[in-house]
Design a protein around this ligand. Structure first.
Ligand code: NAD
Length: 499
């Protein structure tokens, strides 16, 4: 099987105009996964041109017909779930059960948005004047630019591509440079499902120049971006200057609060799953545990013990609990934070070092790491590390715990373990994150509810599902139809009666 892949522009598979390519590798083994186009501004311009040409016809295609293509695509993804899951583990590294979950989320989103094709609800309200109809409909935006990260290489694109399509937009997608082959396989499925040429275009390449060119193109009406805060802010500034709509889903510094009355076994399970699943490379991963004094010691011991026994390895092996990090830079960054933590006076319980024994030396592995006695102002407790690194902080009460939770510059996900319903409701009222779990870890969102965060995690939009995703990919058009046959003035002709 050839490992050479192409861009998808105007329904054709084409190389980069420069002829340049780059390679994608398995982060567990170093195996070559694919050679893909290294696109530049010219490729992006070609893709945007194709999307712009396709827009008129696509927006006029009835939404139920657009949705049928999504339905077919979701069926195809489901049929190829195992194959896609294995490729996902090979290109991105997460263990196979999680990779299959990543693929399943695209099936769920495809089905959910296919249903939206027969809904796309507008508004119909009474007019203040007689013989006048007042309503609002959703219009597509036009060409939308989609820029995605590598950590959910199928799920996150599906959160954007399916709603964008069902709403009648055309797309240029620039996937992450670490997972381009998965993006190509995803687009192949949409092509097979019957998407007309030009409606979805794919350019693989680096953030600069390919992503930047997409942001800068005046024909692109919206940038839907998921990724780091650093790049998100940069893109927001550029979009503001261009008067362009932008939806940002950025990083997290998510906490699990464990109160004295919690079920400690249940909490430990949730913490291990949320902190070390996907090697901590989820935007919703738990990187802080905030615990009250009565169970601090017990909980810290259990977490450290479980973390020390997690088995690192290739995610395709059933014996592996935790896979590799995405690349060398990621492992270096996590290790730098271990050094920062030690320097700040936090107590290292387990891990804190590269994992290089035997086969692990071929990949980018880091030992699951747990720090105790971390205080809220430490960098360890404030900054997104995006790896298998967990900090335990102590709080005096539920109010103190909530205050610590809310004190970071991110607001994506949080969780509270308690058996006291009053405390659970207090947390539901006062925790300032976009997603909150009670007696479950910080990960596990479902597509029928909004996904996104407060504060530095984004700019107020919600993607990933739920009705609010439609707000990102449409704009409102209010329509008044006056069938009175005479001049009627809103707010002025207040004494008009039906004659
Ligand atoms: P990243 O910001 O480095 O890259 C994201 C994408 O932006 C990539 O496709 C990259 O090529 C592109 N890019 C880079 N520079 C660009 C530029 N100047 N102009 C346009 N595009 C550019 O992020 P990453 O390392 O791929 O992903 C990890 C980050 O994503 C973490 O911070 C994580 O929390 C976040 N994330 C957030 C969510 C969420 O929904 N909130 C979901 C997943 C990941």
């Amino acid at each position: 099987m050839s490992l050479h892949y192409l861009n998808y522009i105007d329904g054709e598979w084409v190389p980069a105009t420069s002829g340049k390519t780059f390679e994608s590798f398995n982060p567990a083994t170093g195996e070559l996964i694919g050679v893909v186009p290294e696109s530049d501004a010219q490729d992006v311009a070609n893709a945007v041109g194709a999307a712009a040409r396709a827009f008129e016809k696509w927006r006029k295609t009835p939404a139920p017909h657009r949705a049928e293509i999504l339905h077919t695509a979701a069926d195809l993804i489901r049929a190829r779930k195992q194959q896609l899951g294995e490729l996902l583990t090979r290109e991105m590294g997460k263990v196979l059960p999680e990779a299959l979950g990543d693929v399943q989320e695209a099936v769920d989103m495809g089905m959910y948005m296919a249903g939206e094709g027969r809904r796309l609800n507008g508004l119909l309200v009474p007019s203040e004047l007689p013989n006048k109809w007042a309503m609002a409909v959703r219009d597509p935006l036009g060409v939308v630019g989609i820029i995605t990260p590598w950590n959910f290489p199928i799920a996150v694109p599906s959160w954007k591509i399916f709603p964008a399509l069902v709403c009648g937009n055309t797309i240029v997608w620039k996937p992450a440079e670490d997972t381009p082959v998965l993006a190509i396989e995803f687009v192949k499925i949409l092509e097979e499902a019957g998407l007309p040429p030009g409606v979805l275009n794919l350019v693989t390449g680096y953030g600069v120049p390919a992503g930047e060119a997409l942001v800068q193109d005046p024909r692109v009406k919206l940038i839907s971006f998921t990724g780091s805060n650093e790049i998100g802010k940069l893109i927001a500034v550029q979009c503001a200057q261009l008067g362009k709509r932008v939806s940002l889903e950025l990083g997290g510094k998510n906490a699990i609060i464990v109160l004295d009355d919690a079920d400690v076994d249940l909490a430990t399970d949730g913490i291990i799953w949320s902190a070390f699943g996907t090697s901590g490379q989820r935007c919703t991963a738990t990187s802080r545990v905030i615990v009250t004094p009565g169970i601090h010691t017990t909980l810290a011991e259990r977490i450290a013990n479980r973390a020390a026994h997690l088995r690192l390895g290739n995610g395709l092996l059933p014996t592996t609990d935790v896979g590799p990090l995405i690349n060398k830079n990621a492992v270096t960054k996590v290790h730098a934070y271990s050094e920062i933590g030690k320097g700040e006076g936090a107590q290292l319980l387990v891990g804190g070092d590269y994992a290089t024994e035997g086969e692990l030396a071929r990949g980018h592995f880091y030992k699951p790491t747990v720090f105790d006695n971390v205080t809220p102002k430490m960098r360890l407790a404030q900054e997104e590390i995006f790896g298998p690194s967990l900090s335990i902080l102590r709080a005096n009460s539920i109010d103190d715990a909530i205050q610590i939770n809310n004190s970071v510059n991110f607001g994506l996900s949080a969780s509270v373990y308690t058996s006291n319903v009053n405390q659970a409701f207090e947390a539901m009222r006062d925790i300032a994150t976009g997603i909150l779990y009670i007696n479950a870890g910080t990960i596990g969102s479902e597509v029928q509810l909004p996904f996104g965060g407060t504060r530095g995690t984004g700019n107020g939009h919600r993607e990933g599902g739920g009705p609010p995703v439609l707000e990102v990919f449409t704009e409102w058009k209010s329509i008044y139809v006056d069938y009175s046959g005479r001049l009627q003035r809103a707010q002025i002709d207040t004494d008009i009666l039906v004659s």
